[in-house]
Design a binder for this molecule. Structure first.
Ligand code: ADE
Length: 262
């Protein structure tokens, strides 16, 4: 079943690149995904098509007014005659829960996603509380402020679409990469075997698949331990030493618990 995206924004033109090139474009062409844009300005009723206004109490910047956002959401939701249960509703804000690979994986199983992009200083709070009551959750791309929710929405679109079965060239590609097991990717190499004096690790040229697997796993753990200790602390990771892992000398590392080891 195709996954449909409804993206509500005042800048639909910003998405031309992401829907026009690469994996998302191909997924649209092959019918794996549909992407529809709703311009929030189409739901304004004044001459200037204004979607924003100054904050009560003063302060810098402008806020999205409730009217156009609620009307746009109602219009989008009304168009789906029988709302499927697997609908995901997201408002992009820097105050939201931080986006994770787990979210993308879960959303890739949905049949309909509605994404609302803010701009300016943010939303009138009644938009957030009112839409939360309708199942929308606030999601942030990360702990930094962008000029709007469009780039985060593109990240979600790209990250979800590439997980759809058939979207990537190789079916395993999306399983074997960073964050899928809460670990960073292992180092990879392609030809030539030597470049400017830098060698490809011997084991990768050995043809011994068991050794290669073992090496890759060790490298993933080593990298994760060196760069992203926080991933090893996350739920679902269990303390366990892996032969050859350099961290054995210091402390035990954690790795995902698959439930079949002591
Ligand atoms: N809008 C502005 N900054 C954002 C962020 N970091 N995540 C989601 N939406 C945003």
């Amino acid at each position: 079943m195709a996954l449909s995206f409804d993206i509500l924004t005042i800048f639909p033109g910003m998405f031309a690149g992401v829907v026009g090139e690469s994996i998302v474009a191909r997924a649209i062409k092959t019918g794996l995904v549909q992407v529809r844009f709703t311009d929030l300005r189409d739901f304004t009723h004044d001459r200037h098509r204004s979607v924003d206004d100054r904050p009560y109490g003063g302060g810098p910047g402008m806020l999205f007014k409730p009217g156009p956002v609620f009307e746009a959401v109602e219009s989008v939701l009304a168009e789906c005659r029988a709302p499927p249960v697997s609908t995901r509703r997201v408002i992009l804000t820097p105050q939201g829960r931080r986006l994770s690979q787990r979210d993308l994986r879960e959303w890739s199983r949905a049949s309909w996603m509605v994404l609302i992009c803010g701009h300016y200083e943010g939303f009138d709070e009644r938009i957030l509380s009112g839409l939360s009551a309708q199942g929308f959750e606030e999601v942030s791309l990360g702990d930094y402020v962008l000029s709007g929710g469009e780039v985060p929405a593109m990240a979600i679109l790209d990250g979800v679409v590439r997980l759809l079965p058939g979207a990537l060239g190789h079916p395993d590609s999306a399983q074997l990469e960073s964050f899928e097991a809460n670990l960073l990717d292992y180092p990879q190499y392609t030809r030539p075997a030597e470049f400017r004096g830098m060698q490809v690790p011997e084991v990768l040229l050995s043809g011994n698949h068991q050794q290669i697997e073992k090496w890759r796993r060790e490298q993933s753990l080593k990298r994760t331990e060196e760069r992203r200790q926080d991933l090893l602390e996350s739920p679902g990771m269990e303390k366990r030493c892996v032969p050859g892992c350099p961290s054995q000398e210091r402390a035990q590392v954690k790795e995902p618990c698959y439930g079949n080891h002591q």
